[in-house]
Design a protein around this ligand. Structure first.
Ligand SMILES: CC(C)(COP(=O)(O)OP(=O)(O)OC[C@H]1O[C@@H](n2cnc3c(N)ncnc32)[C@H](O)[C@@H]1OP(=O)(O)O)[C@@H](O)C(=O)NCCC(=O)NCCS
Length: 211
């Protein structure tokens, strides 16, 4: 296996990549994206060097900057099939974000400005938390989950793999959001959300269900 070299590549020339750059990440040498029209262009002052698969033949650290949870997981799985090991992935925590000393954040995860993770919380790999997310004590956020701006998780909430929580939703303490579930913007979640379902509203209900 090749040694990981200096420098960082962002995978996905996306809005999330531009947000990561604007949040002051250092050491980025390029972006990788499958859109050939972007190759040779600069985004956020950084060149788009080639397709995503190039990550397998290069040696820099990687950060997958793809907002939708399941698409992000698909890219990481694709790169794993090409031989990219877990230890290639960096982690980005914006300077103004705060991770409590007793909390953990996995490799590949991105925490943007003013995110607060309090005590004894565990965030898995390739989790994205957008600005002003709040994750309270004992919460567990599984791999590939995405928390859009302003999401608040109360104590002991569990978020399943590749779930997507829309802007400014709030989840009551000790509830579960299922794997690959979606929670709509501004929802107040007062009951468990099953795997794969979309819930929204105040109080949140399954979308399409009668109020
Ligand atoms: C919940 C959500 C996923 C639904 O998207 P969708 O499946 O395309 O749904 P539609 O826009 O077709 O709306 C379907 C119905 O749900 C309602 N609805 C949509 N989003 C809602 C929300 N957040 N809260 C309450 N109702 C909502 C619509 O008004 C519509 O109601 P109707 O059938 O009575 O007309 C989406 O609206 C949402 O909130 N996404 C999160 C966006 C976000 O946070 N983005 C961050 C990007 S960084």
């Amino acid at each position: 296996m090749r040694a990981v070299s200096e420098g960082l590549l962002l995978v996905g020339a996306s809005g999330l990549a531009r947000e990561v750059l604007a949040a002051g990440i250092t050491g980025v040498v390029g972006l990788l994206d499958d859109d050939v029209r972007l190759h040779g262009e600069e985004i956020g002052g950084v060149p788009v060097l080639g397709p995503v698969g190039d990550a397998a033949t290069r040696t820099e650290q990687l950060l997958v900057c793809i907002g939708p949870s399941e698409a992000r997981r698909e890219v990481v799985r694709r790169l794993a099939r090409l031989g990219v090991p877990d230890d290639r992935y960096a982690r980005f925590v914006a300077r103004s974000a705060r991770i409590g000393t007793t909390s953990e954040v996995g490799a590949g995860s991105i925490l943007l400005d003013a995110v607060v993770v309090t005590a004894d919380a565990v965030l898995g790999q390739h989790v994205v938390v957008m600005p002003h997310g709040t994750i309270a004590h004992d919460a567990v956020v599984a791999d590939y989950a995405t928390l859009a701006s302003g999401v608040s998780l109360a104590g002991g909430v569990r978020v399943g793999e590749a779930a997507y929580l829309g802007m400014n939703c709030a989840v009551r303490q000790r509830l579960s959001i299922g794997a690959a579930a979606t929670v709509g913007m501004s929802a107040a979640v007062v009951g468990d959300v099953p795997d794969g379902e979309t819930w929204a509203g105040v109080p949140a209900r399954r979308l399409g269900e009668k109020k």
